[in-house]
Write a protein that binds this ligand. Sequence first.
Ligand SMILES: Nc1nc2c(ncn2[C@@H]2O[C@@H]3COP(=O)(O)O[C@H]4[C@@H](O)[C@H](n5cnc6c(=O)[nH]c(N)nc65)O[C@@H]4COP(=O)(O)O[C@H]3[C@H]2O)c(=O)[nH]1
Length: 725
Amino acid sequence: MVIPGEQPFFGTASEVRPDPELACRILVVDDDASLRRTLPHVLARSGRSFDDCGSVAAAIALLQHQHYDLILLDYRLPDATGLALLDWLSENQREEAVIMISGEDAIDAAIGALRRGADDYVRKPYHVAQLQRAVEGTLHKTSLERANRAMSQRLRASERLHRYLVESSPDLIFTLDAEGCFNYINPRVQALLGYERSALMRSPFVSLVMPEDMERMRSLLLSPRGIPTESFNVELRLRRAVDDKSGQDGPESITVSLTGIPMMGREGGRQASGLYGVARDISERKRAEEIISFQAYHDQLTRLPNRVLFKDRLELAIAQAQRRSGSLAVMFVDVDRFKLVNDTFGHAEGDTLLRGIAERLSATLRRGDTLARLGGDEFTVLLPDVAQPEDAETIARKILEVLAPPFRLSHGDFRATVSLGIALFPRDGNDAEELTRAADIAMYQVKRSGKNGFRFFDPDLNSHYRERIALENDLRGAVERGELELHYQPQISLHRQRVVGMEALLRWNHPVHGMVGPAAFVPVAEEAGLIGDISRWVLEQACRQLADWREAGHDELRMSLNLSPHDFDSADVVGMVTDCVSRHGLPPSQLELEITESMMMQDAAGVAAKVRQLREAGLSVAIDDFGTGYSALAYLQKFPVSTLKIDRSFVRDLEGPATNPIISAITGIARGFGLQLIAEGVERAEQVETLRTLGCDVMQGYFFARPAPAAEAGGWLRAVPCGAC
Ligand SMILES: Nc1nc2c(ncn2[C@@H]2O[C@@H]3COP(=O)(O)O[C@H]4[C@@H](O)[C@H](n5cnc6c(=O)[nH]c(N)nc65)O[C@@H]4COP(=O)(O)O[C@H]3[C@H]2O)c(=O)[nH]1
């Protein structure tokens, strides 16, 4: 369809109103030269201009280059009659008005002229006033005709424009009669709903409405009062035609936003004579809204309800149970050793396992139950209708059973077990939070007592675990919230009279409890699977600090930091450390990782191999509590460490020079294996003396300095802490 030009429908006043004063050109065609001279004077008016000529041929020559408003045409001309010029004008579809002036008596001449399109006929001799009247009258008439033509043209253009706008609208536009039946509908209906326009004419609008919305629309459109008299906007679903030809079924309906505007009767009555409706297809938007809302309330990985939706459902179930004095159960399910799968086989395998577990759990539960994934390896179950605790117990057993067969992962089969805690409403809590926490505590008790089982909440153990769980919850996100800090304790060489190393020691600046030591939270972090992130943070901070101190000129300084046994569970501990060291441009030997003797003894995740790789990468490795375990010597063969730290307990028991055979043995071992030796926990001057005489040079302890923030520790690099002086 051609888009009609956008002209204003109402032209300017001057365009449509006839105005005799308007500029106008008049051509006088007469062989009488004196008449040609006189007429312009006689007919002169402001805005009028005149041309003249004496023959038909001369007139045609002028008309080929010029348009006139009026021609005063003599009948008899030397080369032809004025009729010839009239013929020419008509052949050339010219719009000039013509007044034929003639000396012919015969009425036929006048009739002939008027038939051929002359607008008026003046017979010679004429009175001047007669000619003037004829001229005025003709000009007035032609200007009226012109205005009329312009108006019709605009009307046509406007009609085309409006039709175009309605017919090519992306929205469905229609009108309904007073009975709610279509009496106009634009072609868009074909594309949107698949119906022929003609098929819908005279049929009721509600026949297109889906059953879910039918009642609403029926009462809106077909109330006893008839079509509504106020505009309205509703969302509704319209039925699509079944496409038999293409065989494609497509969606059964589309969702539209319908704006209805009543068309009031012409008499200005209160009754609407029909309805003008515009329906916009909002199916896409609706679908997007549904997806967004699904994502907001569901876990992406398993597509199970998430924490928010679970809480919502639980609150609803509690309200219902309260009303009917019923009971319900909440289960907290935590996958045992999940972190091991994730760390050893990678996240993709971890995800597969979680999806598999979610599927099996879903299949075990009934329709009304809710299984949710809270995040990580934690699932919760809401059993909204349990008559007695045994019912929940039966389901818990079923869950353990259904998980028993191994899961097939690409690395091989994995037997997943879960720890499951159960809380009952109203016995263990009155609201969603209390119940979930109680189930969590019960689950935690299962974990502590060997995992792979279930347990009901036991209020006697409540307060202890509550604290513990609160700590764990606080600890989540402590890194992001910037609550962790590193303090540094100097390691001093007596011989060199300076600080040769710093041990990075973790602190948690808790918003309520203040500065918390690692002993209070590192085990919790390890159990909760949070230690990996914390260790990564410690490594990053310590390396950055060492790089700063090196830049300040302390380029021989060594940095020690503690790794958790759990860090060695992770496949990429070596990569993580070497990457961090090289990112900060540190010589690897300047970073010392402290591991404990117990880690070596367990060697569960191949600690020995990883220590070897770390050593091969040039890093230093220290045994932190050397001498506290057994068979220390045997381990030294297997673990190529670089440093032994004499445990605090031996230093504490030092009584006098050479009285401690263990320390003598350790110093001997260090010498024999070519290892560095550090005594830790040195608190008194006598201990310093004894250690010195036993051959231990590097010491660390409160005697020299307590661990302190980097700014203070930096000061010891310039002036050795006083104990060493
Ligand atoms: N009584 C006494 N104690 C002294 C003396 N000199 C130092 N200490 C304390 O002894 C601990 C030495 O650290 P550790 O044996 O590696 O033992 C550390 C280490 O095993 C662990 N830890 C510390 N920071 C981290 C860390 O970043 N990651 C991991 N995984 N564990 C850490 O927490 C343990 C305790 O750390 P802290 O509470 O900082 O306690 C530190 C330190 O403050 C002294 O003269 N007398």
